[in-house]
Design a binder for this molecule. Structure first.
Ligand SMILES: Nc1ncnc2c1ncn2[C@@H]1O[C@H](COP(=O)(O)OP(=O)(O)OP(=O)(O)O)[C@@H](O)[C@H]1O
Length: 363
């Protein structure tokens, strides 16, 4: 039997869009599979919302195509209107109608007879744990409750796809985590494919089956959160998810020498510079033994000495800054729990070699 890939619930091919001669979406292609949550993740202004608005049909692309379940819904000559795309929308500022009750808000986009509409409204309000507010009005609800009703309203017509643009950013932290998790459960239960726009890596890691990392109008990397985090495409992709330390080295014979030992730089020509990038949580710390450090190991390489500049307790972890003996530069290490060495104390640092990334040097 030949293996056939599932038809994507949503597919966009080479979407572009310019505003006043400035191209903000530069050829974005993406697939969202049935039952999946895909996050379009990137810094402010990289073109995420514009991409979402083109899929919703409220913005027209300059070129490229959009497909739902394999059927073309929009290219530059053909265009299904937004209300017939089977796409639900949930935006941060997508307010409920203030003069309508919760039930009327959720029923707003529904077709059919009164009884079937009421049944669907009740089903959804129960799913989002808002059943007992069915006759309330939006101003009687908290922000989180309003968000739940907005989700029920967006899901009422059973959209094939849900587009969400920073839908949780108006909520405070603790509430946001709960609402995110509940929302995800309801969306999975309704079998709605989701494309969620966010600039927050934690939100994407928490919500996504698949992350599409966007930058300057292009998707630079796409994959499962684990892969994006552990095999970032470049230095900026590492830095988008966490603080980073960078060591620069020059390549000779596909190797670069650093104070922490040699690193492989396959395919990089002699004389070229590379950046060795490591996250603060992947630095190991060891004690000074009368001016000497621990022995080198294959997993952690060679130790290098640094002097504690400052140490701060951050809650789950401690952040320690070192001024390195070898060139006076600063390296930052995260240590789980409480570790607050005094400024001026010499300690030895090692880099977990399996967690170091080597990239051609960039500014
Ligand atoms: N209607 C418009 N007219 C002119 N410029 C626009 C328009 N819509 C968006 N832009 C510009 O396009 C660029 C991308 O905007 P977009 O909202 O898509 O980015 P984003 O990644 O969603 O950022 P944010 O998270 O800040 O909304 C920005 O520079 C923005 O100013």
């Amino acid at each position: 039997m030949p293996h056939t890939a599932p038809i994507p619930r949503l597919e966009i091919r080479n979407l572009t869009r310019s505003f006043e001669g400035n191209q903000v979406v530069k050829g974005v292609s993406l697939k969202v599979l049935p039952g999946q949550v895909t996050c379009l993740l990137g810094p402010s202004g990289c073109g995420k919302s514009t991409t979402l608005r083109m899929i919703a049909g409220v913005e027209m692309q300059d070129s490229g195509e959009i497909y739902v379940d394999g059927n073309l819904i929009c290219d530059t000559v053909f265009r299904v209107p937004p209300e017939r795309r089977s796409i639900g929308l949930m935006f941060q500022d997508f307010a409920l109608f203030p003069h309508l009750s919760v039930a009327e808000n959720v029923a707003f986009g529904l077709k059919g007879d009164k009884d079937s509409k009421r049944a669907r409204v009740e089903e959804l309000l129960n799913k989002v744990a808002m059943g007992r507010y069915i006759d309330s009005y939006p101003h009687e609800l908290s922000g989180g409750e309003q968000q739940r009703v907005a989700l029920a309203r967006a899901l009422a017509p059973k959209p094939r796809i849900m587009l969400m643009d920073e839908p949780f950013s108006g909520l405070d932290n603790r509430l946001r985590d709960d609402i995110r998790d509940e929302t995800l459960a309801v969306l999975k239960d309704e079998d709605t494919a989701v494309l969620l726009v966010t600039h927050e890596p934690e939100e994407a890691m928490r919500m996504a089956d698949e992350i599409a990392l966007m930058r300057d109008g292009l998707i630079v990397q796409q994959g499962a959160p684990y892969n994006i985090y552990n095999n970032p495409v470049d230095k900026r992709a590492v830095a988008f998810f966490s603080d980073i330390n960078v060591l620069r080295g020059t390549v000779k014979g596909a190797l670069t020498e650093t104070p922490f030992g040699q690193f492989l730089a396959p395919g990089v020509p002699d004389g070229a510079e590379v950046d060795i990038v490591i996250r603060p949580q992947h630095i190991r710390i060891d004690f000074d033994r009368g001016g000497r450090g621990p022995n080198p190991t294959p997993t952690d390489g060679t130790p290098a000495r640094g002097i504690v500049e400052r140490a701060r307790f951050m809650g789950k972890e401690s952040l320690v800054e070192f001024r390195m003996d070898y060139d006076g530069s600063i390296l930052r290490a995260n240590v789980p729990g409480v570790f607050l060495p005094k400024p001026g104390k010499p300690l030895w640092l090692m880099l977990r070699r399996d967690r170091c990334f080597v990239y051609p040097a960039t500014v």
